[in-house]
Design a protein around this ligand. Structure first.
Ligand code: SF4
Length: 320
């Protein structure tokens, strides 16, 4: 059963220097318990997409078109009060980037976890702290962490607290925005293992936002590659990783060092992502693409299915 459906979503920022099309016509769908990894370079619109899924885009940005449907309800049509009381953190929540700054330094961990339970579930303080300590155990921390302040915790422990906060109201969908940034590799592996375990135990639908394709390969069933505000390729993880078709996806995968595979030389993608106030016409990747054709500079390629559930937006395949 489809739990989350995004249809032709457009989120733009209206700045003094012009309109930035950060998310431009993005569609996706996810079933209960599925996980999707969204990858792309910095500034491609991944985080804006994540905020759009909560209908929480900060000004001067706003959703200007499309739908975000959670369990049959289009949340882009809801008012702020409905979103706060019925959707955010109850149906869909987010593990924010940068756990170091996501916690309030003047409140104990227990209070910060208990507050949403008191507000949303009407629990008294003692009941809420009791539930909070159970969630701390669930993410691998000692229950007495409820009495500690954020400055008493390591980076990995803070990230676990932030994960517990995202889960505390028992949402169906969790968005993890760069959940391992600024953590060392050992802690990164622990956090990824924790997310994997939680997804299985709680049957969570997880959307993982990252620039690191290797993290997606650890955690996701599906992957979407985003470039300049658009999906350029998406499909089941194994199909996209073993048979990448879009030149941008191919470039990203060739730039990852492999431990088990002999790679002669790592590749890189020349050039830089475009300015989203005035993206290139046609295919937005064309100034950096080694296969560019005339049509690529004029017309936007449609998304086509090149094998079951594997979609690519590139004229190379549309022509074929
Ligand atoms: Fe390259 Fe053209 Fe395909 Fe864009 S549409 S990725 S420019 S070949």
């Amino acid at each position: 059963m489809v739990l989350l459906e995004v249809k032709n979503l457009k989120t733009y920022y209206f700045t003094l220097k012009g309109m930035v099309k950060a998310v431009d016509n993005v569609s996706l769908s996810l079933e209960k318990g599925e996980s999707l990894g969204i990858a792309g370079e910095s500034g491609c619109g991944k985080s804006t997409l994540a905020y759009s899924l909560l209908n929480l885009v900060p000004p001067p940005g706003r959703i200007v078109g499309g739908k975000v449907i959670i369990d049959g309800i289009d949340i882009t049509r809801m008012n702020e009060e409905e979103l706060r009381t019925k959707i955010r953190w109850r149906r869909i929540s987010m593990i924010f980037q940068g756990a170091m700054n996501a916690l309030n330094p003047v409140y104990t961990v227990g209070y910060q976890l208990a507050e949403p339970l008191m507000y949303h579930k009407g629990m008294n303080r003692a009941e809420a702290v009791e539930v909070a300590s159970k969630y701390l155990e669930l993410v691998g921390l000692s229950p007495d962490t409820v009495n500690r302040y954020p400055h008493e915790l390591s980076g990995g422990m803070k990230q676990r607290v932030v994960i517990a906060m995202a889960l505390i109201l028992n949402p169906d969908i969790v968005i993890a925005d760069e959940p391992t940034t600024a953590l060392d590799v050992v802690i990164q592996a622990q956090i990824l293992n924790l997310l994997k375990k939680l997804q299985k135990e709680l049957n969570l639908t997880i959307i993982l936002i990252t620039h690191d394709l290797s993290i997606i390969s650890e955690l996701s069933d599906k992957v979407a590659i985003m470039y300049a505000g658009k999906f350029v390729e998406n499909g089941p993880l194994e199909r996209v990783y073993n048979n990448p078709q879009h030149p941008y996806t191919q470039g990203l995968l060739r730039s990852i060092p492999r431990l088990r595979k002999k790679v002669k030389k790592l590749e890189w993608i020349p050039g830089v992502p475009p300015d989203l106030r005035a993206p290139p016409p046609g295919c937005r990747f064309h100034p950096r693409c080694k296969f560019v054709m005339d049509i690529c500079k004029r017309e936007e390629p449609p998304m086509v299915e090149i094998e079951p559930s594997h979609y690519v937006a590139c004229w190379l395949y549309t022509k074929r």
